[in-house]
Write a protein that binds this ligand. Structure first.
Ligand code: ADP
Length: 207
């Protein structure tokens, strides 16, 4: 009966997903695939910040200094941005968050935003990849895309900040029984398949 209830819930409710994992674990790549599969917007705070930096907005100017050093942009700037983005019409029917929350305060903030809307997260997908592999991928991306924060020193700092501030959040969500852990190594399509399987095992299936 629990299964039937989960399925009924799934068919009537929308999908609210969160992707968490170290820089280079492949969140952005998988977020695009999942957004298509579930027909929900992928919301990446990193992409939103980079867009603002490129367009030299006030937010971009403030964020850039932190991003270039591999530090997190302050919660005071990040939380308002996400609150605003989640209030837009296309996120009403579900969403996939990539790169938020990254700090304990952001978890609290997201809880508040969602509960004010009478909703909550359905699942948190933890994407894993070992440090050697993520450094290799990020250095490779540096060659291909020239992202300002993909230099070796900054990559090292980003990984440190992730371990200090973001990795502990997995336990917070695990205590709520929301976490599925997926191996991020292998072909992109292989990893997408693993994620879809893990979600299906929780009764969350693409439309
Ligand atoms: P990666 O996961 O490879 O580090 P992102 O594109 O997710 O890349 O993030 C790039 C940078 O944007 C981060 O290093 C940080 O400076 C900033 N950023 C993104 N999301 C957040 C967030 N939720 N809180 C604070 N800073 C963030």
């Amino acid at each position: 009966c629990a299964d039937a209830t989960a399925q009924l819930r799934r068919s009537t409710e929308m999908t609210r997903l969160l992707l968490i994992g170290a820089p280079g674990a492949g969140k952005g790549t998988q977020a695009e695939k999942l957004a298509i599969a579930f027909d929900i917007p992928a919301i990446s705070t990193g992409d939103i910040f980079r867009h603002n930096v490129k367009n030299e907005t006030e937010l971009g100017k403030q964020a850039k200094a932190f991003m270039d050093r591999g530090e997190y942009v302050p919660d005071s700037l990040t939380n308002d941005l996400v609150r605003d983005r989640l209030s837009q019409a296309d996120a009403k029917d579900g969403f996939l968050l990539d790169g938020y929350p990254r700090t304990a305060d952001q978890v609290v903030e997201l809880d508040e935003i969602l509960s004010a809307n009478g909703t909550a997260l359905d699942v948190v997908v933890q994407l894993t990849a070992d440090t050697d592999e993520v450094v290799r991928r990020l250095l490779n991306r540096a060659l291909e895309q020239g992202r300002a924060d993909d230099t070796e020193d900054v990559i090292r700092r980003r990984l440190e900040v992730y371990e200090e501030q973001t990795a502990p959040l997995i336990n917070v969500y695990a205590a709520r029984d929301l976490v599925v852990t997926v191996d991020g190594l292998g072909e992109v399509s292989e990893v997408t398949g693993r994620i879809l399987e893990a979600l299906a095992a929780r009764g969350i299936t693409a439309k």
